[in-house]
Design a protein around this ligand. Structure first.
Ligand code: ZN
Length: 411
């Protein structure tokens, strides 16, 4: 049997498979529109399933439409080592987000077949339904049901803008499987993905050893002052809610800079009465705070609350700062992270530890199985865009790392 050290994935075959899949839902600007559970999603799934069957896999579909393609091992009583991602895209999505993680898994299986490489544990490739959350909210709903975060009833009853449910649409396209969702032990789970950010490219690293996903807290702040005439109200007598908002927004920016590598965003502002010659009496705005460490994120929250109190106190304004969402940081499994790092080192790729700024199915799978991720660079860090781009070399490098990390657990 071949030594894993000498095995390389087939770069051209991986690239050609990505380009073949990208024809399904291809957009004019070179991207992909393959929304979850549409006819195009069905075509993409059918192509993937056919490829897996051609590679000798058995295919199981669960009741959320998650697909598991299994290459048997020597000991099929062992739980499988699993990799995978998603085939659905944003309406103006790219060719690589998600699809890469699925087809990298298939390429691992094809490479093992080429070399007649037997693993001890079975190896599986998974496709998670509706990762993007673009047609049906929330995102990552099916890996969430798999991990016990949501119930199956909740998953099936999510609706799109036309009122169609996930359950109905799964049935319509023939992917309402009969396998139960979850309760399927994994020895380990790995997800390969484009970074969707600029860090690897800027640092000239081929592989990101993903430590986890940063924590996120959302707030809604309302600042209340008093409306009055813009021409007749002397400056000292004003209670200008917009001024309070502006000063708080500046401080929110400062909070992230003071808590590196945290990020902070005010993306939605509603000014009332929104009239050019009336001093604003009321401003509502959103705050998005993120940081890889929950303790630091908590300090950022405290700094936000302190800024609101201090600034509104100075300006004689009333305020309310309400937390509306808290998604704790995800920390991947130390053993799986070490396997990814070792694989990158042994394969000779420049690599660095990195934290994901975006959510991924692996974040939920991490709750029920030892999990880690492999990132590869994408051009200018751009994703969720038709111009999303990655090189065949980097994609193959990530696939080689994925294969070695999987074999570390399966061989
Ligand atoms: Zn993705």
């Amino acid at each position: 049997m071949a030594n894993v050290k000498n095995i390389q994935v087939n770069k051209d075959r991986l690239w050609e498979s990505l380009m073949e899949m990208a024809k399904i839902g291809a957009t004019a600007k070179g991207g992909c529109a393959r929304l979850a559970l549409t006819d195009l999603d069905k075509q993409g799934r059918d192509l993937f399933v056919q490829w897996c069957k051609d590679a000798g896999c058995t295919v199981t579909v669960d009741r959320m439409g998650n697909i598991f393609a299994r290459r048997p091992g020597r000991n099929n009583d062992l739980p499988p080592v699993v990799t995978g991602s998603h085939l659905d895209t944003q309406p103006t999505g790219g060719k690589f987000d998600g699809v890469y993680g699925v087809l990298a898994g298939l390429e691992v299986i094809r490479t093992l077949n080429d070399h007649k490489f037997e693993t001890d544990a079975p190896v599986e490739v998974s496709v998670w339904t509706n990762e993007e959350g673009s047609r049906f909210a929330p995102a990552m709903v099916a890996s969430g049901v798999f991990a016990g975060v949501f119930t199956e009833e909740y998953g099936h009853s999510r609706t799109d803008l036309d009122g169609k449910t996930i359950g109905e649409e799964l049935k319509r396209i023939g992917y309402l499987g009969d396998a139960p969702v979850g309760g399927r032990p994994f020895k380990a789970f790995f997800e390969a993905h484009i970074e969707q950010g600029p860090i690897l490219e800027a640092d000239r690293r081929t592989i990101g050893v993903v430590q986890g996903i940063q924590g996120m807290r959302w707030f809604e702040v309302t600042v209340t002052g008093s409306e009055s005439h813009a021409g007749t109200t002397p400056m000292p007598r004003r209670k200008d809610a917009m001024l309070g908002c502006a000063r708080i927004v500046d401080r929110i920016n400062r909070i992230a800079l003071d808590h590196k590598p945290g990020v902070s965003t005010v993306g939605l502002v509603k000014v009332s009465p929104n009239s050019r010659n009336t001093i604003p009496g009321n401003v509502f705005f959103s705050v998005d705070l993120r940081h890889p460490q929950d303790e630091t994120l908590l300090k950022m929250k405290a700094a936000l609350e302190a800024a609101c109190a201090e600034i509104c106190g100075e300006l004689g304004l009333a305020y309310e700062c309400k937390e509306v969402w808290n998604s704790p940081a995800v920390h991947y499994d130390k053993g799986c992270i070490a396997a990814v790092r070792k694989a990158a080192e042994e394969a000779g790729y420049a690599h660095m530890d990195i934290t994901s700024g975006a959510g991924h199915d692996a974040g939920y799978i991490n709750r029920v199985a030892p999990t880690a991720m492999v990132f590869v660079p994408c051009a200018d860090g751009i994703s969720h865009n038709e111009i999303e781009s990655a090189t065949a070399e980097d994609l193959a490098a990530g696939c080689n790392v994925l294969m070695r990390a999987m074999l570390e657990h399966a061989a």
